[in-house]
Structure formats: C-alpha cells, structure tokens
Write a protein that binds this ligand. Structure first.
Ligand code: BTN
Length: 336
C-alpha cells in the first residue's frame, strides 16, 4: 500500500517548496525557478498552484516572479517532518484532509506491514472513535487527530501500560506548552479545569504471548471554540484555546508531541513502566478521590488508592476490600 497517496507532495512540488522556503519573503523570478529546477515556467506555475491548493501562501509579484509568504498550519507530512527530531515516530507521516478515523487507517496499514513509528494524521474525521464505542468529535481546521503504529517486543499484558505512558507523555507536553495544570484521569483522559481536553484510544493485534502491533490514537482539542463542540459536550469538553484564550500553532505542537512520544516510547521499551508510573501518579486527578468505575463485567467504586506496577488502578471499596482494575471508565465523584 502506498502510504502517502493523494495528499503527499509530488517530488517536483516538494523541490519547488524547498527552494521557495529558502527564499521566504523575497521575490524569485519564474525564470530563475525554472532554471534551478530544470523545468519550464509553465511547470513552475503548475507547481505553485499545487502548493497554493494545499494552503501555502505564495504571492505573484506582478511579472517579477513569486514570493513565498508562509506555510499553512495544517499537519501536512512535509510540514510535520520539517526539523522533526525523532528516531522512530514520524519517520513516515501520512496526512489526510478528511478521513473516517485515523485509527481505522492505521490498523489497516499496520496489518499491511506499515513500519513502526508510522503516523496517520487528519484534519478532520467523520467517524472519530473514542473508547467504549463512543465517538470523538473531530471538526476541521482546529485540532489534532492522529494515530501511531507501534511494534513493541512485549507481551500483550503491557498494552495498558503503553496507554498510560502515552498519557504521561502527552500530559507533559501540553501542560508545559500551554502552562496549564493538566491532569490525567486514569487510564487515558487529559483534563483541565474540570473538562476533558484530550483522549487516547489504543487498539492492538496480538498472539498469545506477543504483540503484533499497537495503534495509539490521540485526539487533542487544540483550537476548537465552545460553539465548535456539540451542545452536550460543551459542559464536559474543553480545548487549549478555551483554557488559555490563545490560538495554538497545531504543527509545532504536533511536532513537540511526536518528539516527546518518541523519547518516552524508547525509554519505555528499555526500562518498562516504572519511570512512567511515578510520573503518572504525580499527574493523576484520580488518586485520593472517591470514584465509580464502569467495567465490562459491572460497576465498582470506592477510594482510588494507587496505580500498580502493571498500570492497574487500585481501589479500596466501601466494604474494605481492595481490588485492582485493569480497564474501565472512571467517574470521579464530587468531594463531600
Ligand atoms: C477517548 O477519550 O475516548 C479516546 C479518544 C481518541 C480519539 C482519537 S482522534 C485520533 C484517533 N482516531 C480515532 O478515531 N480516535 C483516535
């Protein structure tokens, strides 16, 4: 399968982009571009239009030539990969302006052999998926929706820890970038000011004792405004913009997230969950609170005590018994 398909730049437009970017703000004549690239002026003009269609701001300066003014803040592969300092994550980036769900494509690509670290990112999703069969509202032009293919040499029991490691990584970058007190609601939600700002959906394929691949899907509400969210979500969801009153550059935030995830994933593969457990505990909004947990096998609740070495949530129930929950949907109850 070709991963870059229709939204990738052809090499001609990519060469023109590199050339024009190096001359940002200056007028470059069509003749000199055509000379440098070894193509006709008509071919240059076609490439300019291809770049404009992707959102690049290129002015035509009378008959003098073209001026490159700026790149769009869209997570196009060539923008994300520009100065991306990662070893594994983002070596391949596949951007789609619109998709049903980046997780669906990532799972399909992983099954077809996509390399570890392949990232699928979309500007909008028509069927963004959340945990427990919920949907993830994914309006265009404002947020980040992406999925990463991982192939850790681990046993399937490590999967929940990958979700927690991702939550820690994401939480670190977002809280630092936006200077916000973002907290993790076990296992995978990021909350700020009593509302959810980001979520993670991990899907995997494994054999009895070996993971084949994991797809970690991440949705971050970056610039969505209050009225960009459906009414029923306005009380429970928020965005970086709503919390800070600032507009955020999606591409540079995305690069920061991929770089942190790349470092954290490498350290997780080497040292396991232990270093992330303490970071998770520090950033948890669940521990020490009375909670209710909805699990596939029923409901339980009590006081959230700890995160175990396996990544489970340890709870003391009202009858004094202590249980470890490996997956479930937590509601933090109001303090009385
Ligand atoms: C949740 O909190 O329920 C998880 C939300 C995960 C949403 C992201 S957006 C990118 C990726 N593609 C999907 O369809 N879902 C995840």
């Amino acid at each position: 399968m070709s991963i870059n398909q229709s939204d990738a730049l052809d090499s001609g437009a990519a060469d023109l982009l590199a050339l024009m970017r190096s001359e940002t703000g200056r007028v470059v004549s069509g003749a000199s571009l055509s000379r440098e690239l070894g193509v006709s002026r008509t071919a240059v003009w076609k490439r300019v239009n291809r770049l404009r269609a992707l959102g690049y701001r290129i002015e035509s300066a009378q008959s003098a030539g073209y001026r490159f003014v700026g790149a769009p803040d869209t997570p196009l592969a060539q923008e994300v990969q520009l100065d991306l300092a990662t070893e594994v994550i983002g070596r391949e980036v596949c951007y789609r302006p619109s998709i049903d769900s980046t997780n669906v494509l990532a799972v399909e690509m992983a099954r077809n052999g996509a390399a570890e670290g392949t990232v699928i990112v979309a500007d909008t999703q028509s069927r963004g998926r959340g945990r427990l069969g919920r949907s993830w509202v994914s309006p265009p032009g404002c947020n980040l929706y992406f999925s990463v293919v991982l192939r850790p040499s681990m046993v399937p029991a490590a999967i929940p820890q990958i979700t927690l490691m991702t939550a820690v990584s994401l939480c670190g970058v977002l809280s630092e970038a936006a200077a916000l007190p973002i907290r993790i609601k076990w296992p995978n939600d990021l909350w700020v000011g009593g509302r959810k700002v980001a979520g993670i959906l991990t899907e995997m394929s494994s054999e009895m004792d070996r993971i084949r691949h994991v797809v970690v899907g991440i949705g971050v509400n970056v610039n969505v405004a209050g009225d960009g969210l459906p009414e029923d979500l306005q009380r429970t969801a928020t965005s970086l913009t709503l919390e800070t009153g600032t507009h955020w550059q999606r591409v540079s935030l995305f690069r920061g997230l991929l770089q942190a995830l790349d470092r954290d994933y490498a350290s997780f593969c080497q040292a396991g969950f232990a270093p992330f457990r303490s970071r998770f505990i520090e950033r948890s909004m669940t521990l020490g609170r009375r909670i209710r947990v909805q699990m596939p096998e029923g409901e339980t609740g009590g006081l959230a005590l700890d995160i175990t070495e396996q990544g489970a949530l340890r709870i003391r129930r009202d009858d004094g018994s202590v249980v470890d929950v490996l997956s479930g949907d937590v509601t933090v109850l109001p303090e009385i």
